[in-house]
Design a protein around this ligand. Structure first.
Ligand code: FAD
Length: 423
């Protein structure tokens, strides 16, 4: 959608085919963190008013990043910098809300209930996409932005492979109530909590507080222009996102029972509690307060690097080409960066195939760099998941985090690296 906005603003005729049946279908996960790379891409591609709507529909921005142990004791607390503008900050976004923002104003080019099945090149060099309902459309370029199991990739680069990262995650929402909030350590919210526990188990905690009330009206106390934007934005009619806390637990696959992928809801939340007997009871209570309809397991996959391929007019972006583990929280941001780069390439006046080749050359480089860095951070083969050496690795990690918390020079370096990765 970011690519479609950018191309359309540059005067290119675009059509988007989405398999979801309607604008409001699907449960597209919960929170996604948009960093300056992602914001920069959105700002460049979206009409200015829609970008302002995107900013106005974010949850309250995280103010700190806290590493905690399994008893919820902080090991390192980073205070995030105050934003200097509407790009250079960390944004907490609800996926469904972001989708609604991106669909806004695109009704005439967006086709729902269209499942892509295959493409073919026409004698004049153009490309036709075929959909499961028997319809098709022909264009100069086809971009597969169809996610981890991309059927466009399977046809375009049949040798491209995904690997199981050896990690299963369980994520869920908890409605924001005074009880749920009281379970979290003081000073954590609005912020991001990262629990790093023995046996390589970990849990990320977010609070998502939106500028609208439970009945979808702008909350009092929000700025006048945001209030007007929200009141006028049709997306809120399709989005039932309300304030919530989000937890995401992960562990290496061998720590779970064999049937974990068949479990869901309250049963799955109870499983997480059973797997973490020594964790703080406040975390167990949080798991128990989970909205059962939102609790699912996710097998984490990662792309295997693909060597550059001969360019044609079918290309790929985002998870379709570089799926990464959530280790660095940059998969969506990298997809947005691709979209921005592809808009620039396709509208830069270069011959079509040269433009696609330039885009692919750059994208393969930073895309797979992000895949590899993410796997290093959250992969089932990391030392922390191993029986004995894992305890030593965790102890070293905690010593490092505590030292970083106390020694200003180390803290500055840690922050500088974090800001570098996040654009
Ligand atoms: C637990 C978890 C947490 C994460 N947190 C973050 C984070 O904080 N920050 C971050 O940057 N990234 C995060 N990511 C990664 C991020 O979710 C993905 O990288 C991102 O969603 C990729 O975007 P995409 O547009 O390429 O693919 P998707 O978001 O998967 O979108 C693909 C679209 O294509 C449609 N589609 C699929 N098949 C077809 C078909 N055959 N025909 C038509 N349409 C089709 C789908 O319905 C969907 O709309 C996280 C991932 C996980 C698993």
């Amino acid at each position: 959608m970011c690519l479609a906005h950018g191309l359309r603003r540059a005067g290119v005729d675009v059509a988007v085919y989405e398999r979801d049946r309607t604008r409001a279908s699907g449960l597209h996960g919960y929170r996604v963190g948009i960093d300056p790379h992602g914001s920069r891409a959105l700002k460049a591609c979206l009409p200015p008013e829609l970008y302002r709507t995107f900013v106005a529909t974010c949850a309250k921005a995280p103010e700190r990043f806290m590493f905690l142990d399994e008893r919820l004791r902080p090991t390192l607390t980073l205070t995030l910098r105050e934003p200097t503008d509407d790009v250079n900050d960390e944004k907490s976004v609800s996926r469904m809300t972001l989708r609604q923002v991106l669909f806004t104003g695109m009704e005439d080019v967006l086709h729902f209930d269209k499942t892509f099945v295959r493409y073919q090149h026409e004698p004049d060099g153009r490309v036709t996409a075929h959909f499961a309902d028997g319809t098709s459309d022909t264009g100069d370029v086809l971009v597969g932005a169809d996610g981890v199991h991309s059927p466009v990739r399977k046809q375009r680069l049949p040798h491209a492979r995904l690997e199981d990262a050896g990690i299963i995650a369980v994520a869920a929402k908890v409605p924001t109530t005074p009880e749920a909030l009281s379970l979290m350590p003081g000073g954590l919210f609005p912020g991001i909590g990262m629990v790093l526990a023995p046996r390589g188990m970990a849990c990320i905690l977010h609070s998502m507080e939106f500028p609208w009330t439970a009945d979808g009206r702008p909350k009092s106390g929000i700025g006048g222009s945001d209030r007007e934007l929200l009141a006028a934005w049709p997306g809120l009619l399709f989005d039932n996102t309300r304030d919530y806390l989000n937890w995401g637990f992960w562990a290496s696959t061998d720590k779970y029972p064999a049937d974990v992928m068949q479990r869901s809801g309250a049963d799955l939340a109870r499983l997480v509690t059973a797997m973490t007997p020594r964790w703080d009871p406040r975390l167990h209570r949080l798991f128990a307060l989970t909205d059962a309809s939102t609790c699912f397991p996710i097998t984490i996959r990662t792309s295997v690097r693909v060597e550059p391929w001969p360019t044609d007019n079918v290309t790929l972006l985002g998870d379709a080409i570089h799926t990464m583990t959530p280790g660095q929280g940059v998969g969506a941001n990298t997809a947005l960066r691709d979209a921005h780069n592809l808009v620039r390439a396709l509208t830069g006046g270069r011959p079509l195939l040269d433009a696609v080749r330039d885009y692919e050359r750059e994208m393969i480089e930073y895309g797979f760099k992000a895949v590899e860095a993410s796997k290093k951070q959250t992969g089932g083969d990391q030392l922390v998941h191993r029986p004995v050496v894992g305890r030593v690795a965790l102890a070293a990690q905690r010593t490092f985090l505590r030292a970083t918390d106390r020694i200003p020079a180390l803290k500055r370096r840690f922050e500088a690296e974090l800001y570098e990765v996040r654009g």
